[in-house]
Design a protein around this ligand. Sequence first.
Ligand code: GDP
Ligand code: MN
Length: 380
Amino acid sequence: MRLHEYQAKEVFAEAGMPTPESVLAESTDEVLDAAESIGYPVAVKAQVHVGGRGKAGGIELAESDEEAREAADSILGMDLKGYTVERVLVEQAVDFVDELYVGVTMDRGAGEPVAMVSSEGGVDIESVAEESPEAIAREHVDPAFGMHHYQANRAVYDAGVDRAVASDVASVLTTLFDLWEDRDASEAEINPLMITGDDEVVAADAVMNIDDDALFRQPDLAEMEEAAAGDDLEAKANEYGFDYVRLDGNVGIIGNGAGLVMTTLDLVDYYGGEPANFLDIGGGAKAERVANALDMVFSDDNVDSVVFNLFGGITRGDEVARGINSAIEEFDELPKPVVVRLAGTNAEEGMEILNADALDVEQTLEGAVQRSVEQAGGAQ
Ligand code: GDP
Ligand code: MN
């Protein structure tokens, strides 16, 4: 589960992390009220799950009611990389002289968590990692001991952080590591960690991803789950119990089993198409689950065609086919073309049963994907 910035900042603030005063707002009036209570200047920030909001027009600074109104009107309701902005965080603007990056994640290669500091904050840290990996100082942490003070200090020193703020940055890093561990996070990140002219250190952004399987022991975070959903589609996926990730393309993808769905995504890409989503409906393919999956992809306006890639294992191909047939009976006409490919146990029987008047049935995975890419407008 990925927390929104405002949710992560609540968690940060509770742990004693320095965060700017902020208020969540859903309308222009609420933005103005929030700005008034905080005092100008404020930053108005779109609360959607996309990075690089600043460059995309999702963050504006306002120094007056008039500017705050303009910012609210332009950001609320805007489409930011496929997400509609429904809420903004109104935040005390930080007058910064420098931007750092601090983060904690699991280094799977090393089998240990790693804490990171970089003086090249404020920008896309992935490109820093690629182009100048030496600009990121790293400390691996033995989970049996937690992060030692000397490790936090060394990371800050290695990153070349200014002396005047070094000790405060080290304590931010320690707090971030403790939070990462205590709250069962997979990632915790502050980018930028802003440094002001008065040598104050402020977490201006906040990213926190929580391990879904640990939510049972994080009841306060579990309560944030509904609001953390990126959009209506992700909320719907939670409700249906699907593994779902929304992507930018227009070829809807449904499959049973994560590997099968990933393969389908790769093939769509291979044939020049662009996947609209990852959707794993899990084992079996009962009519209800199939219907729910179709409901998901059909409700995504970006989807122009759908490819269904199903493997009959414990659930046999003929049962899967019956599930699909009864799911599509609910439609007079399918709103978008659907191609089905079945494999595995009783796949042949399944393909014979499938309602070929409403669906395109393909024998091979390659054929199914190619057909679906064509239906979505061909290779891009
Ligand atoms: P992201 O681009 O989606 O990660 O959003 P961030 O919260 O990291 O903000 C991106 C950039 O917006 C920052 O690096 C700053 O340059 C700018 N910004 C954000 N908040 C403030 C603020 O309070 N004051 C000022 N001056 N700039 C800000
Ligand atoms: Mn950021």
